[in-house]
Design a binder for this molecule. Structure first.
Ligand SMILES: [Fe+2]
Length: 211
């Protein structure tokens, strides 16, 4: 399965009339956040492939609302599939995700470190189900923030989420896709091996193939 991952900024190689020819062998599109739904809509309509996403910490006020528990939830069009704390199986690949980043100024989709552990614990029943039925917990984990000290930065906004380190060690996804930390240089290494997982910075765009 070939995946196009986009994140953080509009890349002119993607926002182009030639993109559908360059990316014609793509099977699914994933957004790691901080992108408008207009941009995602462009990609989806050009490629006509399923699009999964998590939101980042930069979300327009019109793109989220409060649910009955007072939590913020993204309000993107329903044609995009929100991976936040959800599980999907696409072309045999097991996918899940977590939105936002670490709390730094009280803006939307910012989470205290301890609270991320709390939310990820809720995913355990389905992960165990995957292990029993499919022989593995997860193939693809999609986040906006990187794990702590694995491709993150030291400033308060770009510090990684510690719960992700625990999650990767225990549930061993094949790949952990994230954005948030901007890497503008196309030649810089974007993949960090962490235990049994490739942690990939997908800021701008990144393509990968999963067997
Ligand atoms: Fe971000």
């Amino acid at each position: 399965m070939k995946i196009l991952v986009v994140s953080d900024w509009i890349d002119q190689l993607i926002y182009s009339e030639k993109m559908k020819y360059r990316m014609k062998d793509i099977d699914i599109v994933i957004s790691c956040g901080d992108l408008s739904f207009q941009y995602l809509d462009f990609i989806m309509s050009e490629l006509n492939k399923p699009l999964y996403y998590v939101v980042g910490n930069h979300v327009s006020r019109r793109s989220f609302k409060k649910n009955e528990f007072g939590d913020l939830v993204s309000d993107f069009p329903k044609c995009f599939k929100n991976l936040h704390l959800k599980h999907y199986k696409e072309d045999g690949k097991l996918m899940a995700g977590f939105e936002g980043c670490v709390w730094y100024n009280g803006g939307p989709f910012q989470y205290r470190q301890w609270k991320v552990y709390f939310y990820l614990l809720k995913m355990i029943p389905r992960l165990l189900f995957n292990k029993i039925i499919y022989g593995r917990y997860l193939d693809i984990f999609v986040a906006h923030s990187p794990p702590y000290k694995v491709g993150d930065r030291e400033d308060p906004c770009h510090t990684g989420l510690k719960a992700f380190n625990w999650f990767i060690k225990v549930f061993k996804p094949k790949v952990f896709l994230h954005g948030h930390v901007h890497l503008y240089n196309r030649n810089v290494e974007k993949v960090i091996r962490y235990y049994e997982t490739d942690v990939i910075n997908c800021s701008g765009f990144y393509t990968l193939e999963i067997e």
